[in-house]
Design a protein around this ligand. Structure first.
Ligand code: ZN
Length: 251
């Protein structure tokens, strides 16, 4: 589907116009398919399932919330997990979603659980194609204590449709978090794992990658894959204060 058309649909959705009338107008203008088929495609592309399309409300199914219908939800600040709070069910859902989808990691808010929990499935660039690869790393109430160096990567997100953004992330972060058993840990994440974790950490504060991207493009999965082969992960500095380096990059 043409990206101009998708962008127009999204813009109109954000302005509160009804999906059905937008679809009909677009269909009459540009798409030589049956209306049902077109509708199905758009719904799928927008990350909306049939139930939410019909009711206009998010469905209860395990799925990624997206900016098409649930931007406000994604924009909230996730809550701290309290001491002794039962989160087994939340963790199971998060793990299941990550296992069933091609993602690097997920923040709980993305599947409708606004708690400060991050699941890391793959923090490498080497294991992307490997089926079943899963690091099973869970970070509860993470806090980034230090950001150093600067890298760039064209990021995508299960919640942000086909938006692909060039984002500058720290090369190294020092993070304090709790494990599933409640122990406090301090860990240094370096290279691509810092990019993955920094992206997820932003979700906990309602920040999405298009908000912080230096450049933004609209590409589907295949286009993105080809694009990343030429424009891959790039390390600009391994040392130095991230905030200062970021200013330099933006200037
Ligand atoms: Zn994301």
């Amino acid at each position: 589907m043409k990206r101009e058309l998708m962008e127009r649909i999204l813009k109109e959705l954000h302005e509160g116009n009804k999906l059905e009338s937008i679809l009909k107008a677009c269909y009459q203008e540009e798409i030589p398919l049956s209306f049902d088929c077109f509708q199905e495609k758009v719904i799928e592309k927008l990350g909306i399932d049939q139930e939410s399309y019909e009711t206009g409300k998010p469905s209860q199914k395990l799925r990624a919330y997206t900016i098409a219908l649930e931007e406000e939800f994604l924009r909230q600040r996730s809550k701290e997990v309290e001491k002794g709070e039962m989160i087994d069910e939340d963790l199971q859902k998060l793990e299941k979603y990550c296992q069933e989808h091609e993602v690097f990691a997920m923040a709980a808010v993305q599947i409708g659980i606004p708690k400060r929990i991050i699941y890391l499935k793959n923090t490498t660039l080497e294991n992307v194609e490997e089926e079943g690869y899963d690091e099973h790393r869970v970070l509860i109430n993470p806090v980034i204590l230090k950001r150093e160096g600067l890298t760039k990567y064209w990021e995508a997100c299960a919640s942000c449709l086909d938006y692909t953004g060039l984002v500058a992330r720290p090369y190294r972060i020092v993070v304090e978090y709790q494990t599933i058993s409640g122990e406090k840990q301090k860990e240094t994440f370096e290279g691509f794992e810092s990019t993955v974790l920094s992206h997820e950490y932003d979700h906990l504060n309602g920040i999405l990658h298009p908000d912080v991207a230096l450049e933004l493009k609209w590409m589907d999965k295949e286009e993105r894959k080809a694009f990343r082969e030429i424009h891959g992960y790039e390390i600009l500095w391994k040392e130095g204060d991230y905030e200062k380096l970021l200013e330099q990059v933006k200037a």
